[in-house]
Write a protein that binds this ligand. Structure first.
Ligand SMILES: [Zn+2]
Length: 410
């Protein structure tokens, strides 16, 4: 296999997908959007060109299957959706690398004792429905009422969106797929570690846990000029105090935890009016479940104390993913294969959530990172060199071959 050629091919495919699925100037493919539909069409064509049987599942994941002698299946997955104004590589990179690795196996007349599937998952990022990971949750039968009732910014629930797009919420599986023996995902790192330490490949050992909240603090709307400071119920003041105190607390508590307010709005949003309410997001992550619980308790306590002061507080927990350890035997195996190929390889922790973390508690899972230039991601500046994409294809093809030949017993 010519690694350089394959890397360039991957780049070409990612450019095509990005260029065909822009909303205005931005890349944005959220679940059931026109751009996602366009993207699916392109990915389906790539899948069919390999002679694979392509179907869509109950939520809208695209599944391409290479039937083997046994029904036992190795799944290679990654997500096809993006954040708003996202990059070309996040998610889509893993799909393209998976397809090119499988192409390599098919062209080298590999014997398929096991079946292989490439799955393009929908709505991992949660850029329409904040709960996210919908495609991978469906693979393991974990879409619950919580996800179905989640609403987008227009107030449309996932359940309603599914029905209006021709999907039946009643048909969602309640259990994981039993035939999947292993799940492999290749993803861009989305951070600067591999590049900084000059490594080609990261083998992920664990993924941080995430809590996401939607918070509304309602105060009392009053005149900005006539209402004395000591009798105001100003939700913007309450929110900013809560945010700065909780940020300081998280910094003191843990070197690894992150606490981010990425979205915030003030209503009615008029300069000479004390706000009626403020709404903001919380994104909390750490590799320690204990610290996630500590910060979560602190959030409820602090916001609870605002109620005593007369504010009305609504706390919506949108997602609670525990930190996940990936399969250590599989990680060791992948690490060795990568080293044997002469790739500079390190083991690492992922600070971003991935479909792998949803699947790992249920199915033997491995996650491989390729470098991101300057660590940039969730941005149009996102870039991974074709050289690194090529390494991803080479490593994945090597791992799959050895799995098919029984070198690694799944
Ligand atoms: Zn991603």
């Amino acid at each position: 296999m010519n690694r350089q050629e394959v890397g360039l091919k991957a780049e070409e495919m990612l450019n095509e997908l990005a260029d065909q699925t822009r909303m205005g100037d931005e890349i944005w493919r959220y679940i059931y959007s026109d751009t996602e539909k366009k993207g699916k069409k392109i990915i389906r064509q790539w899948m069919e060109a390999l002679g694979l049987l392509v179907i869509e599942d109950q939520i809208g994941n695209l599944i391409a299957r290479k039937e083997g002698k046994s029904k036992e299946t190795i799944v290679i997955g990654s997500h096809m959706d993006t954040v708003k104004d996202g990059g070309k590589y996040d998610g889509a990179g893993g799909i393209v690398i998976g397809l090119l690795a499988l192409k390599e196996l098919i062209e080298s007349d590999e014997t398929f004792d096991k079946s292989i599937e490439i799955i393009a998952f929908t709505e991992e990022e949660g850029s329409r429905f904040l709960s996210g990971y919908l495609g991978s949750k469906n693979l393991v039968g974990k879409i619950t009422q919580l996800e179905l009732n989640d609403t987008d910014s227009d107030g449309i629930s996932l359940k309603e969106a599914m029905i209006s797009n021709g999907y039946d919420p009643e048909k969602l599986p309640k259990e994981k797929r039993r035939d999947v023996a292993a799940y492999l995902e290749v993803h861009i790192e989305q951070g600067p570690v591999l590049e900084t330490l000059r490594h080609d490949i990261g083998i992920v050992e664990s993924i941080v846990g995430i809590r996401a909240f939607d918070i509304t603090i309602k105060g009392r709307q009053d005149h900005a000029g006539t209402t004395p400071m000591d009798i105001r119920l100003d939700p913007v003041y309450a929110a900013s105090k809560f945010i700065s105190e909780t940020t300081d607390y998280v910094r003191r508590l843990s070197k690894t935890a992150t606490f981010t307010i990425g979205a915030m709005s003030v209503l009615p949003g008029v300069s000479n009016v004390i706000a009626d309410s403020t709404n903001f997001s919380i994104d909390l992550r750490d590799r320690s479940e204990e610290d996630l619980v500590n910060v979560t308790d602190r959030i409820y306590e602090s916001l609870g104390s605002l109620e005593e002061q007369g504010y009305a507080v609504t706390i919506k927990l949108l997602c609670a993913e525990e930190p996940v350890d990936l399969d250590s035997r599989l990680s060791d195996f992948m690490y060795d294969k990568s080293q044997n190929l002469g790739l500079r390889t390190m083991k690492m922790v992922s600070g971003a959530g991935h479909d792998a973390q949803i699947i790992a508690p249920h199915i033997k899972t491995g996650l491989i990172f390729v470098p991101s230039v300057k660590g940039r991601s969730h941005s149009s500046d996102e870039y991974t060199k074709s050289y690194d994409l090529g390494n991803g294809v080479l490593l994945l093809a090597t791992i799959l071959k050895e799995m098919l030949q029984g070198e690694f017993d799944v």
